[in-house]
Write a protein that binds this ligand. Structure first.
Ligand SMILES: [Zn+2]
Length: 315
């Protein structure tokens, strides 16, 4: 993903109503190792670590093959249906990349659905690293890749036990972070563009969608992403209000966080109301070889997992 602007802080009254009392109760529950929704942040961390331990999931590498196979196995053990979209993308410089989007579906019979998205690939270069030698290294992708995978596998545990009240589709996209974000964008957001052009059914139209990206930072802070805020404000309100109701108003802060080019953009362009939930404050480690497991925490994954779970299990 690529942040386009850094914007002034802007408090928006619209969705602003955090409940401090509920908050402290939820946070006590979270710090005691449990959460209010049944989502297990420690499990999410361990799944993220399993994904991380394959090595950088750069498309076309053996690590990507193994990590993708692992995701498919995990989701086949949890979801009702798993669809794998395998395709080849030819890059601007003529390289042929084998890619896979993985779609895990819960309650596939329900017409009313929620789409969650996360990318599972990791970036081949570390352009934000401090030294020229490090810039050539792939990003290990603990937060930028593995955190979302950990979230989704742990969410699969919950949804297997507790049927969601809507159909839920967990989409793992490939090739999000491969090339240049530009402008122009070249060889990025590849999997989400492919999904937007190859929806799972002709009239596929989820009620709403959420892209969860870089959501494991120990020092988690998630302001609004402004393309989302402009194009699907009702989804932003729903997610931030759910977070506030759970007592996470200090993490899901009601401030502008700038615009980010990310996997939600091709989906919005295809008419799906998908927003980006992303921690833009990961800057020191973002796209560097220091994006490692010590930078993320079970607690942060637990907070985001609670919000993701509450959205689809509570009415
Ligand atoms: Zn990235």
């Amino acid at each position: 993903m690529r942040s386009m602007l850094v914007i002034v802080l802007l408090y928006l009254a619209a969705a602003c109503n955090s409940d401090a009392k509920k908050g402290s109760a939820a946070q006590r529950a979270a710090s005691a190792g449990g959460t209010s929704t049944g989502f297990d942040g420690n499990a999410a961390y361990n799944y993220a670590k399993a994904q991380f331990d394959f090595g950088p999931r750069v498309p076309g590498t053996p690590a990507a093959k193994q990590a993708g196979d692992w995701i498919i196995r995990q989701m086949r053990a949890r979801a009702d249906t798993v669809i794998v979209q395998s395709f080849t993308h030819t890059t601007a410089d003529g390289k042929r990349l084998p890619l896979r989007n993985i779609l895990a579906r819960f309650r596939p019979e329900l017409p009313e659905r929620v789409l969650y998205v996360t990318h599972w690939d990791s970036r081949p270069i570390s352009e934000s690293a401090a030294t020229e030698a490090e810039k050539k290294l792939p990003v290990p992708g603990a937060n930028d890749g593995a955190s979302g995978v950990g979230l989704f596998v742990a969410l699969g545990d919950v949804l297997k036990k507790t049927k969601p009240n809507v159909g839920v589709d967990l989409l793992f996209t490939d090739g999000e972070d491969y090339g240049e974000f530009g402008p122009p964008q070249v060889d990025v957001l590849i999997g989400s563009k492919y999904f937007a052009a190859h929806l799972p059914s002709p009239g596929y139209k989820p009620l709403y969608g959420v892209l969860w990206d870089m959501i494991g930072d120990k020092d988690l802070r998630i302001p609004y992403e402004m393309i989302s805020f402009q194009q699907a404000p009702e989804v932003v309100s729903r997610v931030w209000q759910t977070a506030a109701d759970l007592g996470y108003g200090d993490v899901f802060v009601q401030e502008s966080g700038g615009e980010v080019i990310d996997d939600h953009v091709p989906l919005l362009q295809a008419g799906l109301r998908v927003i980006d939930v992303i921690d833009l404050t990961y800057a020191p480690h973002h796209h560097t070889p220091q994006d490692t497991m010590d930078k993320i925490s079970a607690k942060s994954l637990g907070i985001v997992g609670d919000v993701a779970t509450a959205l689809v299990t509570r009415k």
